[in-house]
Structure formats: structure tokens, C-alpha cells
Design a protein around this ligand. Structure first.
Ligand code: HEC
Length: 101
């Protein structure tokens, strides 16, 4: 019984971090200096989320799109895009595809 209470407590501490995990990943990778929730130079997250919504439910989409972002094929060279690890690019793309919340 004690263990269950302890587990529930630990879980309640972890939950907010789970929700914001990918937003934090975006912050750590410097995405926020150009992309934001409001209009700046780069397309805001909401706009990207709308654009990438079509990939929802497609298993390979996040890694394929993440790879494109990394390779700089989509646009001009943007260092923050190209510096992403494959795993981080996939995770961030999945975050965007899922609505960038
Ligand atoms: C130096 C500024 C800058 C930083 C930092 C940056 N981006 Fe971008 N990003 C841009 C610009 C500008 C565009 C739009 C390019 C265009 O439309 O030609 C873009 C486009 C994108 C797109 C594709 C939009 C589309 O039209 O399909 C995605 C996805 C994206 N960024 C994700 C990220 C992620 C994730 C990070 C963090 C690793 C990041 N960006 C960091 C400037 C930046």
C-alpha cells in the first residue's frame, strides 16, 4: 500500500514534465528563438501544426519529415534545424504533427 501511494506521488510529479517534454526539447534546441506561439520571423508553432496535421497517424512521417528538416532540404540552411540529432528531429516533428501544444 505504501508503495502505491509513493508511486502515485512520483507519477503526479512526473506528469507535467511529460506534457511539456517536447516543448522543453524545442527550447533546449534553440527552436524558440525563431519559432514562437505568435508571429515572428519563422512560422509560429500553430501554423506548423496545421501544416503538418496531415501526417497524423502515419507511422514514418515524423522521422521522414525530421530528416528533411535536418538535411535542410526544405529551405535555406538553418543551423538549428541541421544541428538536431535524428532522434530529436523525429521527436520534435511528432510534437508538431500532434499539434505543438
Ligand atoms: C534561426 C531561426 C530558426 C531556428 C532557431 C529554428 N527555425 Fe525552424 N524555421 C525557420 C524559418 C525561417 C523557417 C521557414 C523557412 C521557409 O519557410 O522558407 C523554418 C521552418 C521550420 C519548419 C518547416 C516549416 C514548413 O513550412 O514546413 C519546421 C518543422 C521547423 N522550422 C522546425 C524547427 C525546429 C523543431 C527548430 C528547433 C530545432 C527550429 N525550427 C529552429 C527558422 C528557424
Amino acid at each position: 500500500m505504501k508503495n502505491i501511494v509513493a508511486l502515485a506521488f512520483i507519477f503526479s510529479l512526473l506528469m507535467p514534465n511529460l506534457v511539456y517534454a517536447n516543448r522543453q526539447l524545442a527550447m533546449r534546441n534553440g527552436c524558440m528563438s525563431c519559432h514562437a506561439d505568435t508571429e515572428m520571423d519563422a512560422p509560429p508553432w500553430r501554423e506548423l501544426a496545421i501544416k503538418y496535421k496531415k501526417y497524423r497517424g502515419q507511422a514514418e512521417a515524423a522521422s521522414v519529415q525530421g530528416e528533411k528538416l535536418r538535411k535542410g532540404k526544405l529551405f535555406k540552411n538553418i543551423k538549428a534545424h541541421q544541428a538536431l540529432s535524428p532522434a530529436n528531429a523525429t521527436e520534435l516533428m511528432q510534437w508538431i504533427i500532434d499539434g505543438a501544444n
